[in-house]
Structure formats: C-alpha cells, structure tokens
Design a protein around this ligand. Structure first.
Ligand code: C2E
Ligand code: CA
Ligand code: CA
Length: 657
C-alpha cells in the first residue's frame, strides 16, 4: 500500500521536474533572444559609429563600391573590432555595395536580393529602425555558432543617413553564458524542488508508513488477547457471528465450548500472578493444540475461554473436549513450582437458525452446571438448564425484593439438653416464599445469595433479627445463627458482629455462630484471624454438619471451636446399620469431649435415636421429633415458663414433633 504511494509520489516528482525543465528552456529561449537582440543592436550601432569615424571617405565608398588603397586597412581592422566578423554595405536604395571579407570586398551578386536591392536594408534606411536577426551558425562554414545580422543606418555629421550597414556579430559567448546559467537553473530548480518537496514528501511517506505500522500493531493488539495471543472477546464474537451466519446458510452446525479454569483464584493466590499468567498461557496452548485450524479460540477475560468450532458434530465435540480436559488435568510446572489444576467445560452444538449469543449462553449454562456439580468435567447443554437458570433468576429477584420489603422470615428450631430434654437454645433458620406463597428452600436460595453476593446483606439482617428476638428470651437460652463462608471474604465480619452485640447490648456468650467445614478450605490466614476475632469478643463457635467434610477434630480444636454439630447423616445411618453408626457417633462424642468441645447431634426423628443419644451422653440434640423449625411465637408457652434474664433452668420439653 505505502509502496503504491511512493510510486505515485515519484511519478508526480518526475512530472514536476520535466515541467520545470521545459519551462526553464522556454524561458531561456525568450530571455536569450531578447538579450542577444539588445546586445547585438547595441554592438552594431557602436561598431557602425566606430567604422564611420575611422573610415575615410565612407560616403564615397558607398557610391563607388570599390575601396581605395587607404580604405582597405581600416576595413580589415574594423572587422576585428568587437565581435564583428563581417559586414555588408548598402546604399540608400538598399543596393549591396560591399561585402567585407568575401571575394575581397567585391560587390556581391546574389539571388538573395531583388535585382541587387535588399528590402531590409532599404526599409532600415527609410525608417531608421534597425533590423536584427539571430542566426544559428553551427552548420555553416566560417560562421560562429550563434551570431546576429544587424542592419543599422550609417549617419553623416548632420546625423542624416547615407548608407545602411549590415553588421555580423558573434554572440556565441553570450549565448554560452546564458546556456550555462540556464543549465544550472534547469538542474538547480528541480534539485531545489527535490529538497523543498521530494525529501519532505519521502519523509512524510515514511512517517505515514510508520504510523500505519503502528496502527496495524494497535489493531493486532486490539484483535488479540495480549497475554495468551488468542482472539480477544470482541474479535471472537465478531468472527463467531460471521461463522454462524455462513454456517446457517450451508446448514452445517457450529459447536461452542465455554471453558473455565477451576479454582483459578486459589492458583493465583498460592503461586503468584506470574505463575497464574503462565498457567493461563498453558491452558491456551492446550486449546490451540487440540482444536482445529478452522476453529476460533478466544479468551473472554480472566480465566474464561470460548472456542467456536465450525462444521461440528456431537461426537467430535465430545472427543475434542475430552482431550482438552485430560491435558488440563496433567501437572503443570513453572519456575520449579508444580500444580495439578483442572478445568470445566460447557459444550453446545447449535441448532439450526440459533444465534451465536444463544449458543454461547447455552454453553455457558452447561459450564455453570459443570462447576456446580463438582468441576473438572464436561457438561453438554440440555434444555433443563434453561429452566434452572430462569428459576435462579426468579429466586434472585425475589430475594432482592424481600430484602427491601422485609419479607424474609426467621423460624427457630430448639436444641435440647440430652439428659434433661430442656431447651438450651434455638437455631435461627431463614425462610422465604414467592409472592404466591410457594416456599423456597434455604438450600436453594442460600447458594444463589452466595453467588450473587446478596448473602452479605442477608446474613447481617439474620443476625440483627435473631439478636432482637433472643433479647427477650430467658438468659440461659442462646441463639444460633448460620454463617456462610462468603461472609468471611471481606474480612469485616468480626466488626459487624461486635457492633450488633453492642447496639442491642446482647451478651456475646448467648450468640452461637455456626459455620461449615468448607470455610476452613478458604483463605486460611484470614479465616483463622476472623475466627480468633469472634472468639475474642466472646461469641461461641459451632462446627455445623460435622462429619461430612474434611476437617479433623484436632484442627477444629486448634481453631477454638466450642461445639460440634454432628450431621444428621449419622442418625440416618444408625437407622439401617445401627451398630456401626452407634460406635461412630459414640467415638465422635468421646473425642469431642476429650478436646473440650460440646457435641450436639442433628436430625433426631425417632425415639430410638433420641434414646441412643441420651445413652451416649451427648450434650445437645435437635430434630423434627424434638421440634420442627417454626415461628418463635409457636414456642411461646415454652419460653414464657422462663423469666427473661433470670438465668432460670429451662423447663423440660415434651417431644411432640
Ligand atoms: P443446617 O444449618 O444444617 O440447618 C438444619 C437443617 O436441617 C434445617 O433445614 C432444618 O429444617 C433441617 N432439620 C432439622 N431437624 C431435622 C430432622 O430431624 N430431619 C430432617 N430431615 N431435617 C431436619 P433448613 O431450614 O431447610 O435449612 C437448610 C440449610 O440452609 C441449613 O442447614 C443452613 O445450612 C442453611 N440456612 C438456613 N438458614 C440460614 C441462614 O440464615 N444463613 C445461612 N448462611 N444459611 C442458612
Ligand atoms: Ca445450622
Ligand atoms: Ca446442620
């Protein structure tokens, strides 16, 4: 492209130079003729005056036409005077009387005159106006290259004309001088133009080429992801749309992969950003290696990739995705550090006429499902995912609304002393319904709240409601509130809890916070600090759903947990394998006690389970048999038997289910 511009530039320059040279030559011709004519006229007049002055009896010679002996020498010397090399003498009628050098001053009979009369000479004699002509002598013998013939009047002492003399002067030196000056002009002007125009033009073109190269680079950068060199989001969606448009005409199907690195944040946090970046490049390389040249691969930002496969089929998608998943689950080493990571892939084969946006969304939904159901897997999109997504959206919208309108409710489930069956506290359990009354289970809305971050606001609201409620209870009853690991992420939890206790003047030891084992998998240092912070303000910590996760008893003890809440799965197990489960439950209770932790068991549904726990000296138990979660008002009779703040023993609790 820029070569084309240079060619145009050079052609223009060449044209301009030609124009300059032609113009200079034209100018030369005009100027030279003018100068030589003037100069010739001047020289001829001077010469005629000189000749007249030095030639005795010139007027006689005009009549006679034959120079006398005395006249020969002045004639010869006159021809050497100035640049005059020849002259002709005419009488007043224009008749040629004498030619200086030819045939030794003999009257010439030539055909150039009409009966020996020169019309030019006659006219000059009559008018007094000189006649000057410039001649080219290059081809003529005895003639200089450039000379003039000037017809000039010869005047007597009274300034009356008596003859006309045609004077031949050599103008070659003048012409040569002019030519050399103009030659310099002809070369100099274009050269000047070159300096004044061509070089800046070339500079400009070079600069434009540079700008263009930079633009190309910017464009390339704006097309590709700077880190991985894959297409960036914008380019991928643009080129993907073209591919979808082309394929919809020919009817083959387009496949889409939505890919996300599992736990990328942890990889980054544990190994540093440089390692994280090189891991992202490693995943891009795996994608490039396993996909076909005709496929589009892009990084959508962060640890998210999309591949668009033209002309695909379900088995093909499965094979390729399988290979990618396998490669990504192999160990990766960078600068001496090795990790074994994994990715999740959502796949979708477009249906005819489907837009790229819809296809991408389908693959994204499948990816979401892969993440939700354990990661390191491939899920192919199915229609049910759409319904699930719509449901999730509805739940989210309802939570946002309920937060504003105060439609969230708390139900309370009692925890009873195993030995006495007296209530020792209540666990606050959150309740939400759609406007039409349809209940939404906490197991459904809590994860959505965690994903969207709404849990922070909701969690604070629950604490506030629970503390407000428990404030009116007898002082020996605690309230237990469940916390999500997400509430620990901003590291502001301890402050919030402390503020609430202070605001309601609520004794910290009557607040029990329940966390699950998944919390301990998160950022260890920050979580340890916050748990220690909570302990230091005096609230008690319970490990919820104990036995389903990964934590060891020693671990919990070191964290300062006050209570283990054994997951109800153990009592369920007791129903079909009593002996084994009785031993497991007993072991947990004994070990917990050994480590200064209270042990509560969840999910008491039968008298047999209830009696088992009594016999094993469990501290607390909770379950549908002992009391379902209900609005606190329904426990009024029980709470009324107590006196707020009096520290009285709670009355025994009849298990009604
Ligand atoms: P969780 O903390 O383990 O709460 C106990 C769950 O077991 C409650 O379910 C309760 O209704 C149920 N349950 C109690 N006794 C029995 C029984 O004898 N048999 C059976 N089958 N189930 C029993 P719920 O209320 O549906 O809550 C489910 C989960 O939602 C809770 O499990 C807790 O993890 C979460 N959750 C509830 N409220 C909150 C909250 O305010 N904040 C947070 N972060 N999570 C909450
Ligand atoms: Ca709980
Ligand atoms: Ca539980």
């Amino acid at each position: 492209m820029w070569r084309g511009n240079i060619a145009i530039g050079l052609a223009m320059t060449f044209g301009l130079m030609t124009l300059i040279i032609v113009s200079v030559n034209q100018l030369l011709a005009v100027t030279l003729n003018d100068a030589i004519t003037r100069e010739g006229e001047h020289k001829a007049s001077q010469w005629v005056r000189f000749f007249n002055d030095h030639m005795p009896d010139l007027q006689v010679l005009v009549t006679s036409g034959q120079p006398t002996g005395e006249q020969i020498a002045p004639i010869e010397s006159a021809v050497q005077f100035g640049e005059v090399f020849r002259f002709k003498l005419f009488d007043p009628n224009g008749r040629l009387v004498l030619v200086s050098n030819e045939a030794r001053f003999r009257a010439e009979k030539t055909t150039e005159y009409d009966n020996g009369i020169s019309k030019k000479a006659r006219a000059v004699f009559d008018t007094g106006t000189s006649n000057i002509s410039i001649n080219d002598g290059t081809e003529k013998p005895n003639r200089p290259d450039v000379y003039i013939e000037a017809y000039v009047q010869a005047l007597d002492a009274n300034r009356s004309p008596f003859a006309v003399i045609e004077v031949y002067t050599d103008e070659t030196p003048t012409s040569t001088l002019f030519h050399s000056v103009f030659d310099w002009l002809a070369i100099g002007l274009p050269a000047f133009c070159a300096f004044a125009y061509v070089f800046p033009a070339i500079g400009f073109l070079a600069r434009s080429a540079q700008v263009r190269r930079r633009d190309e680079k910017v464009q390339r950068l704006s097309r590709f992801d700077a880190l991985t060199g894959l297409l960036n989001r914008l380019t991928l969606t643009h080129e993907g749309e073209l591919l979808f448009a082309a394929d919809s005409r020919r009817r083959p199907k387009v496949g889409v992969f939505y890919i996300d690195v599992d736990n990328f944040k942890t990889i980054n946090d544990d190994n540093g950003h440089e390692f994280g970046d090189s891991y992202l490049c490693h995943i891009s390389a795996i994608l490039s290696d396993n996909l076909r040249d005709t496929d589009l691969i892009g990084r959508m930002g962060g640890d998210e990739y999309v591949a668009i496969l033209s002309n695909a089929s379900v088995p093909e998608l499965e094979t390729i995705a399988g290979r990618i998943l396998e490669s990504a689950s192999k160990p990766f080493t960078y600068k001496g550090r090795t990790i074994t990571g994994s990715i999740s892939i959502g796949t979708h084969l477009s249906v005819h006429g489907e837009s790229m946006d819809d296809a991408l969304q389908a693959a994204d939904l499948a990816l979401y499902q892969a993440k939700k159901t354990g990661r390191n897997k491939i899920i192919r999109y199915y229609a049910g995912l759409d319904t699930a997504r719509q449901r999730r959206r509805n739940v989210e919208a309802r939570m946002t609304e309920a937060l504003e309108t105060g439609e969230f409710e708390l139900h309370y489930q009692p925890l009873l002393n195993c030995e006495t069956d007296a209530p020792v506290g209540f666990e606050a359990l959150l309740r939400l319904s759609f406007k039409d009354g349809e209940k939404i289970a906490p197991d459904e809305f809590i994860p959505v709240a965690e994903e969207t971050g709404l849990i922070n606001e909701i969690g604070e609201m629950v604490l506030r409601m629970a503390i407000t409620e428990a404030k009116s209870w007898p002082s020996n009853l605690f309230v237990a509130v469940n916390l999500s690991p997400v509430q620990f992420e901003k590291n502001t939890l301890v402050g919030k809890v402390a503020d609430l206790l202070k605001e309601f003047d609520f004794p910290a030891e009557r607040l029990e916070l329940e966390v699950t084992e998944s919390l301990l998998l998160a950022d260890e240092e920050s979580v340890t600090g916050q748990l220690a912070g909570l302990k230091s303000i005096g609230v008690s910590l319970a490990m919820d759903d104990f036995g389903t996760g990964y934590s060891s008893l020693g671990y919990l003890w070191r964290f300062g947990f006050d209570k283990l809440k054994v997951d109800r799965a153990f009592l369920e197990g007791f129903e079909f394998d009593s002996d084994r489960y009785r031993r497991i439950i007993e072991t947990i209770i004994v070990l917990g006690h050994q480590m200064d932790m209270k042990v509560a068991v969840e999910g008491v549904e039968t008298e047999r389970q209830h009696n088992l726990l009594k016999s094993l000296h469990c501290d607390e138990n909770q379950g549908f048999l002992l009391g379902r979660p209900k609005p606190i008002g329904q426990f009024a009779s029980l709470i009324d038997t107590q006196h707020p703040g009096d520290g009285a023993e709670a009355g025994s609790f009849s298990a009604t289910g």
